[in-house]
Design a protein around this ligand. Structure first.
Ligand SMILES: Nc1nc2c(c(=O)[nH]1)N[C@H]1C(S)=C(S)[C@@H](COP(=O)(O)O)O[C@H]1N2
Ligand SMILES: [Mo]
Length: 247
């Protein structure tokens, strides 16, 4: 009887030991890209956040929370949810996608606006690679500052919507959303997520950070009203709604 007890105990010890070793091996085998997903953007010292001073007087910077700057070699875009080929893309992967350029005005719902030349790729290029499923109606964007926003596939496929990597012929600054942001000029700024970490294809509209806390519509289409463009000293201008194209 006692002998049997000893044997059972020993086989349990062996099993626990094996389990421990297997877990350790799995942890060590995690690819570099896999670890990148666990970066804590709220630790460290080199932060970027909201800014309206100095050169940013001409183009305000909005960030939900100050967060650590993104380093290109530790970043990859995660694409997940309702698509047939989910995956991860490094910045080099994205920069190989054929690029296009557009000038457009970014209009914040809090009145100011500013214009720039943006370049990047069409959302359709990404769709070709990840193959969204028929149930998908939109994409939820998760950003480094814990900002979350949803855009419909219709908006993302609009010919004026751009997945931007560059602004005024230079890579996006950390302030303006390095390494990847959305530019959707027919929508208020809050529908233009910056510093994107992850895109998730979803079957239902999700309310983003601003729509949840403020009186801002989840749709975010620019409404008729008054604009205060920063380059024109915020001199008020009437706008008709939709993309501002005339200045
Ligand atoms: N990640 C992230 N993206 C964001 C925001 C934010 O807080 N976090 N603010 C939005 C809002 S409200 C505006 S007006 C624009 C401003 O873009 P800019 O900071 O490049 O001027 O960014 C949008 N994208
Ligand atoms: Mo905004």
């Amino acid at each position: 009887m006692r002998k049997v007890d000893k044997l059972t105990r020993r086989s349990w010890l062996v099993r626990i030991g094996r389990f421990f070793l297997a877990s350790l091996a799995a942890l060590l085998a995690l690819p570099r890209k896999g670890l990148a997903r666990d970066i804590d953007y709220f630790s460290g010292t080199d932060f970027v956040g909201k800014n309206r001073a100095g050169k940013f007087k001409k183009f305000y910077i909005n960030y939900w929370k100050p967060h650590r700057r993104i380093s290109a070699d530790r970043w990859s875009l995660e694409v997940s949810g309702l698509c047939r080929r989910p995956g991860r893309y490094t910045l080099d992967d994205l920069l190989k996608i054929p690029a296009r350029e557009q000038e457009s005005r970014l209009k914040c719902v809090e009145c100011w606006s500013a214009r720039a030349k943006w370049s990047g790729f069409s959302f359709a290029e990404l769709e070709r690679r990840v193959e969204p499923m028929a149930e998908a109606v939109g994409v939820v964007f998760y950003c480094a500052d814990a900002y979350v926003e949803h855009l419909s596939l219709e908006t993302l496929r609009h010919p004026r919507t751009l997945m931007a990597t560059h602004m005024d012929s230079a890579p996006l600054s950390d302030e303006h959303g390095f390494p990847l942001r959305v530019i959707a000029p027919m929508k208020y700024g809050y529908k233009n997520p910056k510093a994107i970490l992850k895109m998730e294809f979803v079957s239902q509209e999700v309310w983003g950070t601003w729509s949840k806390i403020g009186p801002y519509s989840p749709d975010g289409t620019i409404l008729p009203g008054t604009d205060h463009p920063l380059e024109f000293d915020k001199e008020p201008r009437r706008i008709a709604g939709g993309e501002i194209r005339n200045y």
